[in-house]
Design a protein around this ligand. Structure first.
Ligand SMILES: [Mg+2]
Length: 179
């Protein structure tokens, strides 16, 4: 029996970007980061003039994720791509993690699924997985149910709140239930 994978989105679950902008959420620290993926979203602006991205991160998430690493193989599944290992992992105290990459441009697929969904199912290749993301919807659940043979937990996280105690409880219970 293979260990389940845990696919991690950054913006939403780890960085509650939609929280009230003027008030840093409790437990989080503020970071100003300029990953290449962010610079690329400002075509025509010289790199030096691109305003850094404000990122809120919670060290408690690192502790909880390291502990989930006993049950899951953690994998980045985020627009940050490989830069999640450079910018996010060190702040949270996570080791370098594998990264899912997508060939297709970002957007919604014609069938209404989120652009990550098909690639994650392909990456999982039948292994059980949990996926935390703020952009999971009904079409994604339907797609996974139809195209993935193993157990799957698609766990939507509110981007105003980020991952909270209850979310970690759900993730732990899922992994324990399938072993
Ligand atoms: Mg997100």
């Amino acid at each position: 029996m293979s260990r389940p994978l845990l696919y991690l989105d950054v913006d939403g679950p780890l960085n509650p970007y939609a929280a009230q902008p003027q008030r840093r959420p409790e437990g989080y620290s503020t970071h100003r980061m300029k990953p290449e993926g962010w610079v690329a979203q400002h075509p025509g602006t010289p790199r030096a003039y691109v305003k850094p991205l404000r990122v809120w991160l919670n060290p408690e998430h690192g502790r909880r994720l390291r502990s989930l690493g006993e049950l899951y193989d953690l994998v980045w599944a985020t627009t940050w791509g490989r830069e999640a290992n450079l910018f996010i992992a060190p702040v949270l105290g996570l080791p370098e993690l594998p990264v899912v990459t997508w060939p297709a441009p970002w957007g919604t697929e014609p069938d209404g699924t989120f652009w990550k969904t098909r690639g994650l199912v392909e990456h999982a290749d039948g292994r059980p997985f949990a996926w935390v993301d703020d952009e999971i919807g009904p079409a994604d659940r339907a797609f996974v149910a139809a195209h993935h043979d193993g157990a799957a937990l698609l766990h939507r996280v509110d981007p105003r709140l980020g991952l909270r105690d209850g979310d970690f409880g759900v993730l732990e219970a899922f992994a324990r239930a399938i072993v």
